[in-house]
Ligand binder design. Sequence first.
Ligand SMILES: Cc1cc2nc3c(=O)[nH]c(=O)nc-3n(C[C@H](O)[C@H](O)[C@H](O)COP(=O)(O)OP(=O)(O)OC[C@H]3O[C@@H](n4cnc5c(N)ncnc54)[C@H](O)[C@@H]3O)c2cc1C
Length: 332
Amino acid sequence: MAEKQADCIIIGAGPAGLGAGLYAARDRFQMILLETFYPGGQIINTDRIENYPGFDNIAGADLILKMSEQVQAFGGQILTNSPAEKLSRRSDGMIEVLSGSDKYIGKVVILAPGSSYRKLGVPGEDQFRQAGAGVSYCGTCDAPFFKEKIVVSIGGGNTAVEDTLHLAKYAKKVYMVHRRQEFRATKVLVEELMGQVNRADSNLELKLDSVVTQIAGDQKVGKVILKNVKTGKTEEIACDGVFIFVGMVPNTGFLKGFVDLTEAGFIQCDPAYLRTRVPGVFVAGDCRIGAAMQLSTAVADGVNAAMWMKHYLRDPGWWNLPLSDALSPADW
Ligand SMILES: Cc1cc2nc3c(=O)[nH]c(=O)nc-3n(C[C@H](O)[C@H](O)[C@H](O)COP(=O)(O)OP(=O)(O)OC[C@H]3O[C@@H](n4cnc5c(N)ncnc54)[C@H](O)[C@@H]3O)c2cc1C
């Protein structure tokens, strides 16, 4: 069993973990980044990013390569094939992280294991998932690629409504499919949606009490098959893209009982300083409650966690300060 100590152990080499790693390494902290597979996270699955400031179009893999090299150039250690499996806090305040037969001990841990889009689980979903084939899970990311096209959006929660409204700004026609009559999204969003649907020149049409049972096409998405759950009737909708907004699954199973999780598995934290309930353990990126689920916000979270870590290392009592006292403007 290998045992290594560091000032900071970061879990997950996606954008959040790499953002944290860059700041920690550049601040000359000893830092170890543990990654289950290889650096990348979700963004490695896309070859077109248009909304990361400073890059008008870059592939996820290229951006991640630059991020990883930057971390390593400042002396940060990235350990691949090293999943964090169990965490505990010792009585001396150090945090232990077990990965296989290895043990990592840090003064601070930044949790950045990310999350995954929940899949719909219908035929065609995986086939057309690769970039440009027409299945997407992020309206904010991909709506501009469907300018003047016909798209189908699926879901009934806040993200589904928000991203469908966003899609309607670009697409020629948006069919929004929801399995119930009522939406789970907040009232104000549903009112906005209905306002848009009821406009005489609306490009948005609701398909309620309906589910998509198949996504079909040749090289790209060409149509979906809908089924009305009340009547059992099926119908085909010709379309160029399908946006699936049925939730996210955070990669936090290994943290159960260590930090507080929401029912859906997102890590609870204070929204300003990203402190979890365990002193010395911060959280960053898509795995946390209230995450905006974007590349730039994940990076920003990582940077913030690495900045706030310095307050804790200087004075562990900082951890217990209420939000309003944790940092006064005078600190700057
Ligand atoms: C296809 C696709 C396209 C996207 N396009 C865009 C876009 O154009 N613009 C945009 O802003 N956003 C986009 N996103 C969203 C963006 O990728 C995410 O918001 C961002 O990657 C979140 O970063 P993260 O670091 O929090 O988590 P993740 O990217 O999920 O990274 C988490 C990392 O942690 C690792 N990990 C998990 N558990 C453990 C463990 N126990 N131990 C060690 N490592 C672990 C994972 O292997 C992974 O590498 C897209 C997402 C997808 C899937």
